[in-house]
Design a protein around this ligand. Structure first.
Ligand code: NAD
Ligand code: ZN
Ligand code: ZN
Length: 351
């Protein structure tokens, strides 16, 4: 099959022929129809997860497609089903999984990180009984791809982690794939959303999804949020992953506020200096959020079905990239940002 590969961190990406994957016991092989270009793919390419990647490596971890083969022990009813899967393939058996926290399973595998990813014609889903998510018929592959990573991650950050409720002020820093999905989820809970980005396009999308205020990022952001909210927000979400956004999120909170860190802060860029004095004095809560267990998907899919999460609005509007086009777009993420979720369709062929 054709796949996007690289052989060194930060090295060139190319479209190569690699062996077709086989469905190991408990696993399935999925024909990929759409795969989102997530900023975590860029982190991975730069070696921010260097301890789990082996070369040549196939990136991509946020996908939708159709099951083409099932391994030993997997229910054959999955054959031909349209599916996605959380990017954290939980083992399904350990104590952490059994208590419902597969998103932090210590034995997890991740497509595009520990294993070959979805910027390829086919991708393997391990522990299929635990991790496969059947897609509703009326959700197309383009809309569904984000459910594998950014939409589900944002959904969990807003619901299970921050516990956002009606009327609360929620500041979302970074309005890309994660941020827009967080805004859509918070808007469905009738929160009052302040969207922050450096891009007017991103902020326009945020407003379309229900953000009440849209602010261009800047050093005075916490002061502007305190002024708008009369004492600080209840919830902040770092949906970029930078020292500046993590700090600004915490400092934008009012007393007792909750900050959710979704954006990656790679160890390679050094420790993140957080205002712990403020965390103590104002009893702020700092929460991490990492994907979402497949068992937690049904309520999210119900919100999609009810029209409360408009997946189409989260998309970039650009035509899906071919693998060759993705080979250029992935490295470019260091210097460019795109509105919403940019998709790769590995079935498209271009030079
Ligand atoms: N924790 C998890 O499970 C998880 C899951 C998915 C993604 N992530 C991480 O979340 C982060 C966001 O990923 P994404 O794919 O949504 O990114 P993205 O590139 O789609 O969006 C980033 C947004 O941030 C904006 N931005 C840039 N500089 C800014 C600044 N100074 N202030 C505010 N906004 C700024 C950009 O214009 C863009 O709209 C990344 O770090 C990614 O690796 C984590
Ligand atoms: Zn991702
Ligand atoms: Zn486990």
């Amino acid at each position: 099959m054709r796949a996007l590969t690289y052989a060194a961190f930060g090295g060139p990406l190319s479209v190569t022929e690699v062996p077709d994957p086989v469905a190991a016991p408990g696993a399935v092989v999925v024909d990929v129809e759409a795969s989102g270009l997530c900023r975590s793919d860029w982190h991975g390419w730069l070696g921010h997860d260097s301890d789990i990647v082996t070369f040549p490596h196939v990136p991509g971890h946020e996908f939708a497609g159709t099951v083409r083969a099932v391994g030993e022990g997997v229910d054959r009813a999955w054959l031909g089903r349209r599916v996605t899967a959380p990017f954290v393939f939980a083992c399904g058996r350990c104590p952490v999984c059994r208590r419902g926290d597969g998103q932090i399973c210590p034995h997890q595998r991740q497509p595009g990180f520990t294993d070959p990813g979805s910027f390829a014609e086919q991708v393997v889903v391990y522990a299929a009984a635990t991790n496969l998510v059947a897609l509703p018929d009326d959700v197309g592959a383009a809309e569904a791809a984000g459910l594998g990573c950014r939409v589900a991650t944002a959904y969990r950050a807003v619901t299970a982690r921050a516990g956002v409720t009606e009327g609360e002020w929620v500041v979302v820093l970074g309005c890309g794939g994660v941020g827009l999905a967080a805004i859509a989820t918070a808007a469905a809970r009738r929160a009052q959303i302040i969207a922050v980005d450096v891009s007017k396009d991103a902020l326009a999308a945020a407003a379309e999804l229900g953000a009440r205020h849209t602010l261009i990022a800047g050093d005075d952001l916490p002061e502007r949020v305190h002024a708008l909210t009369g004492g600080g927000a209840q919830v902040s979400i770092d949906a970029l992953g930078a020292v500046a956004t993590a700090r600004a999120g915490l400092l934008s909170l009012g007393r007792g506020g909750r900050h959710v860190q979704v954006g990656l802060l790679p160890a390679a860029s050094g420790p993140t200096p957080l205002p712990m004095d403020r965390v103590i004095a104002w009893e702020l809560v700092v929460l991490g959020s990492h994907g979402m267990d497949a068992r937690d998907y049904p309520p999210m899919l119900a919100e999609v079905a009810a029209g409360r999460l408009p997946l189409g609005v989260l998309l970039s509007g650009r035509a899906p990239l071919s693998l060759a086009e993705a080979a250029k777009a992935l490295p470019d993420m260091g210097s460019s940002f795109h509105r919403g979720i940019v998709l790769v369709d590995p079935r498209r062929e271009t030079k």
